[in-house]
Design a protein around this ligand. Structure first.
Ligand code: ZN
Length: 262
């Protein structure tokens, strides 16, 4: 499921492949991903325009349309991705195809039908509409401490709450908590000053490193939990066995030896 590091990678991918090319065709394989406007309206807004720049915020990717402005919005849901292709048939699970001036196609694909494509006049509009919290990589330590203060819920659900902090989902909240050695069910407000600082610094470290490594788990350090998300796997620190917990219907993974319950 695309989280901040994945979307950071997709932004770099979009920038490297598709910027400054005029859109010459817009085709949907499945228009259910389109939100807030009709297919003809969407097509009209994109045709003859170029993707001039891009911006990531939380798990959202925006691409500015020129001339006449407006921004294309992409959200990748559970399994969305981008594929730029210069030849061959359409990629599997393609939902939206943008035909570009070079003859190439930028495809939004999604194995499961979740995710969203839309248009906004500016990214701030969508950020306000969805009431997104600060982007996880733009938050400072003081802001992070404010988030924890007074929160009676678990630290795991706080990290995943897009209205508190934008960009983190199930996989990276597990990794951040494992690296910080904090149990996912710890009450957010109960973390001490040292734990709060540790959680904040691991949050930045994990997200930066993952983005730098193209969000590809094959390139992650061997000391990361993400490579061992199965019950009974050996802890990468070799001091316990990985356990699975169900938290709000999602599977969370942790090492009870590294992340003791308090
Ligand atoms: Zn461990």
């Amino acid at each position: 499921m695309p989280e901040l590091p994945d979307v950071a990678y997709l932004k770099a991918y979009l920038d490297a492949t598709s910027l400054h090319q005029t859109v010459e065709g817009v085709e949907f394989e499945d228009a259910r991903i389109l939100e807030g406007l009709s297919v003809p309206e969407f097509r009209e807004a994109l045709m003859g325009r170029a993707l001039a720049s891009s911006r990531r915020y939380g798990k959202y990717l925006f691409a500015e349309l020129e001339p006449e402005g407006g921004w294309l919005v992409l959200h990748f849901g559970m399994s969305g991705w981008l594929k730029y292709s210069t030849s061959g048939g359409p990629p599997r699970y393609g939902r939206l195809f943008l035909r570009l001036a070079s003859g190439s196609t930028l495809t939004y694909l999604s194995r499961r039908k979740l995710g969203m494509v839309g248009l906004v006049d500016k990214p701030e509009r969508l950020i306000a509409q969805r009431r997104l919290g600060p982007d996880a990589l733009e938050l400072d330590l003081a802001g992070f401490r404010n988030l924890l203060r007074g929160r009676r819920g678990t630290v795991k659900s706080l990290l995943m709450d897009q209205r508190r902090i934008a960009g983190i989902g199930n996989i990276y909240s597990d990794e951040v908590l494992f690296q910080a050695r904090i149990h996912p069910l710890a009450v957010a407000d109960s973390l001490g000053a040292g734990e709060g600082r540790r959680l904040f610094s691991q949050l930045r470290r994990v997200l930066w490193m993952a983005a730098e490594r193209k969000a590809d788990p094959g390139r992650f350090p061997r000391t990361w939990l993400t490579l061992r998300r199965r019950p009974g796997a050996r802890c990468p620190r070799s001091n316990g066995k990985i356990e699975r917990l169900k938290i709000s219907g999602r599977s969370a993974y942790l090492c009870p030896a590294c992340q003791p319950e308090r």
